[in-house]
Write a protein that binds this ligand. Sequence first.
Ligand code: DGP
Length: 114
Amino acid sequence: MTIFEKIIAREIPGDILHEDNDCIAFRDIDPQAPIHVLIVPKKVIPRVGEAEISDQQTLGHLLLVAGKVASELGVNSSDEGFRIVINNGKNGCESVPHLHIHLLAGKQLKWPPG
Ligand code: DGP
């Protein structure tokens, strides 16, 4: 069971900002920006590179929820803004093998990423 499944099952606490039938969004325990939220599908897809055609609706839903959470946190504007990141595998710095979108905001982020 991944750490994210335990948060979904309320076996460990999470600072939850959104939940619906398909996903959950909660604040990252190790924030890399003033706003750092993870959007996680309830279905365990290990990483985006292993998603299947049948996951298409879920993948799109995660992006829409990221936008909704960004709106609720007041950063969904061109003046403010946010970044979405999906880490995949070792070189992508994935550490939890349960697909998740990072929503980062609240400061000027650098480009290119490291
Ligand atoms: P990644 O490296 O892309 O697999 O991101 C995993 C993220 O998960 C990382 O930013 C830290 C976060 N994380 C790990 N364990 C926990 C936890 O128990 N609670 C919360 N809220 N976040 C966690």
